[in-house]
Design a protein around this ligand. Sequence first.
Ligand SMILES: N[C@@H](CCC(=O)N[C@@H](CS)C(=O)NCC(=O)O)C(=O)O
Length: 257
Amino acid sequence: MDYLGVAEARGMKGLRLVLSAGVPGPWGIAAKAIFNARNVPYVPVRQEIMQANEELVAWTGRRNAPIAVYDDEPGLDNWLDIVMLAERLGSGPSLLPDDPVDEALAIGFSAQICGHGGYGWSRRLGMARPPADPFPVEQRAQRDAMMSAYGSGAADMAAAAPQRIVRILHGLARQLHRQREAGSDYLVGDRLGACDIHWAAFSQMARPLTMEECPFPPGMRDMYDHMPPEVRAACDPILIEHRDRIFARHIGLPMEF
Ligand SMILES: N[C@@H](CCC(=O)N[C@@H](CS)C(=O)NCC(=O)O)C(=O)O
């Protein structure tokens, strides 16, 4: 992808989407797909993983990605704020169900997938160190600092993570079986929702895409594939069938980042 630097992007209007350059971070992949699905044009802006990103902090107050900055409005880095911005700026079918109860269910699934203490958050805690550490020795301190900012130092969170992940995967799989019986290809209702995109983007942490589908940087695919056996066992095939369908129909592969 062609990224602009912060200095150039900062002076522009419209939507600027800050993304971790060169890596398929699930929050970033989801944000891109959500704006694309809503036909919202944006300019990708470069965030360097594990770096201080001082210019970015000076502009948005945040060091990591994704961050969506529209015109002179404050930057948004929360998955729900990003969905709501795409709903506001975009066109075409909404990514939230029309029925308010279905909407609450759909947002609930997204929260379980993307939110603090949820699936992605909990998987991230256990992912950083596969048996063969892919990080060169000189980058490990930076990696550990980043992971500790994401909660890896909190022993209680790390201990509870596998159980939390399994619970969420079971719920998603149960819902997909229910929807299949009702004749729908989507997690809630009968059209593409933000929660389908969220699951597709985060499914990499359950079963990574192939190198052809997603040209990971060296070592990263192993990181994504590193998980406790109970988590691997909780990945019902319907979850992977679903993500494959969402990528094929709505997002497109190979992934660009
Ligand atoms: N905003 C998300 C976190 C986003 C996140 O984990 N971003 C990753 C990539 S998607 C990132 O920026 N990693 C590189 C870094 O921290 O330098 C959250 O609320 O948990």
